[in-house]
Design a protein around this ligand. Structure first.
Ligand code: SAM
Length: 248
């Protein structure tokens, strides 16, 4: 997969050199390029913002550098096809659709993703309209709160998407039983020692009885989800529940 990120703080994205995403880059599973938006300015001050039309607080990101940066990325995109296929442009925004695991799975299938990190009060709206000529433009929020810029949102999204690319996580089994993979939160996990601070690992996990362990974990998933995220239980597709789940 190719990923391009445009930001006025490219150093912010240095964390994407670390851990599994950094390794995926070194293993050529992920071709990740970070662009400095100021490289697309032409004035002495490398200005990327200006006052908002209509008045109000804060500054707005100017369209010209964004237009130039995105035009260049679109022209180089491996995903732009002869039949008019468009690469995906994710625009982090608190006013976007909320990012979740299903969206991460969908985006992990893409050949090319571009992320446009806003700052200040956001990016001039015409940039999104213009970009829609070359990209499938998607404003995306990582939650109902406001950050100072899109970089932190991009770190979260690239990590969530990147770990789903085949080969990035050593054991793909570990993706299957995670929170949100089946609509439920994950069960509690334990490791050695079996006894710590007077607290014991649940006995069933030491039993070697795989059916009982699976039942214990499934019950814990259901209990935990009902307690912490009742909204997920309400959304659960009844057909994913078995007879024993209904007794829990
Ligand atoms: N004025 C904007 C609004 O009320 O919708 C908020 C702008 S915010 C201070 C600056 C930038 O941070 C946004 O353009 C966006 O890139 C990023 N951002 C802030 N909160 C975000 C969130 N919850 N999810 C994704 N990106 C966010």
């Amino acid at each position: 997969m190719r990923i391009d990120v445009v930001s006025i703080f490219p150093e912010y994205l240095a964390a994407l050199d670390l851990s599994l995403i950094g390794k995926a880059r070194r293993d050529n599973l992920l071709d990740l390029n970070v662009h400095d938006l100021r490289d697309y300015t032409h004035d002495r001050h490398r200005k990327v913002d200006d006052t908002p039309y209509g008045g109000g607080a804060g500054m707005v990101m100017k369209p010209e550098p964004w237009g130039a940066a995105l035009n260049r990325i679109a022209a180089e995109s491996p995903a732009a096809g002869p039949l008019g296929e468009k690469p995906i442009l994710i625009v982090p925004a608190p006013a976007g659709a909320v990012f979740d695991q299903a969206m991460a799975y969908e985006l992990a299938e893409a050949q090319h993703l571009t992320f446009a990190c806003g700052r200040y009060e956001g990016i001039d709206e015409r940039v999104l309209e213009h970009a829609a000529e070359s990209f499938d433009v998607r404003p995306v929020s990582i939650g109902d709160y406001v950050l100072n810029g899109g970089e932190v949102a991009v770190l979260a999204m690239v990590e969530a998407i990147g770990r789903l690319i085949p080969g990035v996580i050593g054991n793909p089994e570990s993706l299957v039983e995670e929170s949100h993979s089946d609509g439920l939160l994950e069960y509690p996990v334990y490791t050695k020692p079996g006894s710590w601070q007077g607290r014991e690992v649940p006995e069933v996990l030491l039993s070697g009885n795989h059916a009982k362990i699976a039942r214990f974990r499934r019950n814990k998933q259901l209990e935990r989800t009902a307690a912490r995220r009742p909204d997920l239980i309400v959304e659960l597709d009844a057909s994913t529940l078995n007879r024993h789940d209904r007794d829990t």
